[in-house]
Design a protein around this ligand. Structure first.
Ligand SMILES: [Zn+2]
Length: 432
């Protein structure tokens, strides 16, 4: 029975599949090319090491130019400054035989704020009474302190206290080695504040015995007032040129740690940039000119605290009160299991329009609305009183904030469908 049905289905579906697939191939070919480019080693993970952010901004600005987007600034750039710690050369941390020696791996990470350090250092284990000596000792100035923060060795309050001691170096140590059950997803935000010490996180299970000494060769460079940039272009509406829909996507990612360890950021967020460019491509065709103006903003600084989008709303290139809705695309390279709309519960009338176009197209009923949350670039717009939605896909991808976030590990399962949904949403009668 199964086979019989399958044969029937196959013959009737071939026609449908042909059109669907050729459209999909067309759309995703461009997107795949953009994602592959932005996620390639030449873009250095689109962080601030090796100027990865600037290389990506140049690429996006060239695409905007090719599509003849209008601009408010030269090269479409809106520059602003960040201070950031980067690792561009040596990142060697060596605990001796039988211990993990790859400083950036699934077993070891260096905290983003860490200072340059070179030499051999003794490691002393953390004790409870060290917490009584904070600020008052210089006994550890040439030592690393090993703090076992795994779940069964420390209660929550003490762990919190040690977290504060380590981040602020309240024991004035050369550095800290923190043992954990598993490593958290890498986050560079802490690197915006300069530190004098070095912190190394390792997975407790990856070592045997006590750590006694460490040999370190770490080159860090703290760049003060580094010029990064948002990239802004727009297409003028035929009927309401002064009113804007804003399509935003951050192009920065976690960058590169040392010479070889690259966070490619295919889903986070080369895919969102690809979709933003795809939408710009669609609306730049004369036959698709929109009634309302559509602005396209590629933000930097997202991964270090939404810095680009906060800068944009404080120095807007269009009147904030003229923004009808801001759509933020971040993590859209999946989608075979549906899409989530952060702020969908805050702005139910906009979410319902997506449900409507979804139903019109006979798509699966798998859209989820969430409350507002400060988790991506829609948030600064929301804080300024704009209607803003953050759309992300659900489905198969590489690990979050990990070098395995590559195009090969990305399903692109709902990519074409989401492009369609957004076009249909933008083409609705939005005059009420
Ligand atoms: Zn991210």
């Amino acid at each position: 029975m199964y086979r019989k049905n399958r044969k029937y289905l196959l013959s009737t579906m071939i026609g449908l599949l042909f059109t669907a697939q050729s459209l999909q191939a067309q759309d995703s070919l461009y997107a795949r090319n953009v994602i592959a480019t932005l996620a390639s080693p030449a873009f250095h993970g689109r962080g601030y090491a090796f100027k990865g952010d600037s290389i990506a901004a140049d690429y996006i600005s060239k695409e905007f130019g090719r599509l003849n987007l209008k601009s408010k600034t030269s090269d479409y750039f809106q520059s602003y400054f960040v201070s950031m710690n980067v690792f561009e050369q040596n990142t060697r941390i060596d605990f001796g035989a039988n211990y993990p020696t790859t400083s950036f791996s699934d077993a070891m990470q260096i905290a983003m704020y860490s200072a340059s350090v070179k030499g051999d250092f003794k490691i002393v284990p953390a004790t409870d009474d060290m917490l009584l000596k904070t600020q008052k000792t210089s006994a550890f100035k040439n030592k690393f302190i090993a703090v076992d923060m795994s779940s069964d060795s420390m209660d929550k309050e003490v762990r919190k206290e040690w977290g504060r001691v380590i981040r602020n170096n309240l024991l004035k140590a050369k550095g800290y080695v923190v043992l954990k059950d598993k490593l958290s997803p890498y986050s560079p935000g802490a690197g915006t504040i300069k530190s004098e010490h070095t912190t190394v996180y390792i997975v407790k299970d990856s070592i045997s015995g006590n750590l006694k000494k460490v040999s370190v060769d770490l080159d860090a460079r703290f760049i003060e007032q580094y010029a990064t940039q948002n990239v802004f272009g727009y297409i003028e509406g035929t009927r309401y040129p002064d009113t804007f829909f804003v399509i935003g996507a951050h192009y920065d990612h976690l960058g590169q740690a040392g010479r070889d360890y690259i966070f490619h950021g295919a889903n986070d967020n080369a895919a969102g940039v690809a979709m933003m460019l795809d939408l710009a491509r669609h609306y730049s065709l004369p036959e698709n000119r929109p009634e309302y103006s559509i602005a396209f903003v590629a933000f930097s600084g997202e991964e270090i605290g939404l810095l680009g989008s906060f800068y944009f709303v404080d120095h807007p290139l269009i009147e904030m009160s003229n923004i009808k809705v801001m759509l933020n695309l971040d993590l859209v390279g999946t989608g075979e299991d549906g899409f989530t709309f952060v702020c969908g519960k805050t702005f139910p009338e906009e979410f319902e329009k997506f449900l409507f176009v979804n139903e019109q197209n006979g798509y699966p009923q798998d859209l989820v609305a969430r409350e507002a949350a400060p988790n991506s670039d829609h948030y600064p717009f929301f804080k300024k009183g704009c209607k803003a939605l953050f759309i992300y896909g659900m489905g198969k991808s590489g690990a979050y904030h990990h070098p395995s976030d590559t195009l090969e590990n990305l399903s692109m399962g709902g990519y074409t469908r989401l492009v369609r949904m957004i076009v249909d949403y933008l083409n609705l009668d939005n005059s009420q």
